[in-house]
Design a protein around this ligand. Sequence first.
Ligand SMILES: [Zn+2]
Length: 50
Amino acid sequence: MSQDNLIKMKCVECGEINYYSSKNKKLIKEKLEMQKHCSRCKKHTKHKEA
Ligand SMILES: [Zn+2]
């Protein structure tokens, strides 16, 4: 798998990068968004592609 497809998922509330994901940037133009547990906020928050 190419490093080019590696993306960071960042908590929108505290800015912590909690997850790494991957996508093909050539195929998917939209920024990813997902509801994930943030260890700093200690709750589920929205995470956006950083
Ligand atoms: Zn957070």
